[in-house]
Design a protein around this ligand. Sequence first.
Ligand SMILES: [Zn+2]
Ligand SMILES: [Zn+2]
Length: 329
Amino acid sequence: MDKMHAMQIDAPGEPLRLVERETPVPGRGELLIVVAACGVCRTDLHIVDGEIPAHYPIVPGHEIVGRVAAIGEGVTGFTIGDRVGVPWLGHSCGACPFCLSGRENLCDAPVFTGCTRDGGYATHAIADAHFCFAIPDRYSDVEAAPLLCAGLIGWRALRMAGEGRRIGLYGFGAAAHILAQIAVWQSREVFAFSRPGDIAAQEFARSLGCIWAGGSDETGPSDLDAALIFAPVGALVPIALKAVRKGGRVVCAGIHMSDIPSFPYVDLWGERTILSVANLTREDGTSFFEIAEQAGLRTVTQSFPLSDANEALAALRSGRLSGAAVIVP
Ligand SMILES: [Zn+2]
Ligand SMILES: [Zn+2]
């Protein structure tokens, strides 16, 4: 069969390098996908930096949009050429206590796309057919890519934040730009906290309907119903905790964060809660794509060719992006 190309990371701290391989053949229950677009997520930076356990060498990328090119044994419901999306949760065991109680996001034996199985910084990828999503027609391949993690796990985080009306978003990148639109569509008041001095991000937030935007060092509202933290900065946790009212929630939506500084108990007192969001369930995906259509959600993207994956990651790291970076093989 033909050769495929991928951007692979051999070990933590090393840049990605372009490799050529035999195109894999899908096994039982699997699909071979020709990648059309793959979003760049902050988790990819954590994998490059060795901050989360990945299986090196690994091809990152867990926001894959592509078309089915070959179908493994036992797969039903897919036809060659179908457009599919592949998210971070690539497989769950179906047998552990978490899987059996509707919490496959916490599975004891999961496979994570672009982390423990090769992902979408590539011309081709293998995926478990049961963990692929159909994608609404309204989105182009590039527009759809950021929905698969920034959108989908962001949606899970927003649901865990509860029904409160006043929502703060800390870190205004790929996830927040999607979540802000949904929360505004739900008639909530959205407050955006960017890196201090990032005027472009603040203007971007206002353009999406946020009623207030400022730096995370600025004194914003003190009566938020919930705060969602997307930046990997532990120091934001006590700051966000001070910004929520009694009974309010602080939801940490990233997979990795710097250490959280200590803070006085009085800031937690009043039944405030701090929680983390881990991974996704397939139900999160189904309900998210429904809400994306209803809300008329759009994504702002910046495309990079596959060979420029290192530049895409550098742009994300430096905060130079408005919206989401997407790799187009
Ligand atoms: Zn499981
Ligand atoms: Zn992600």
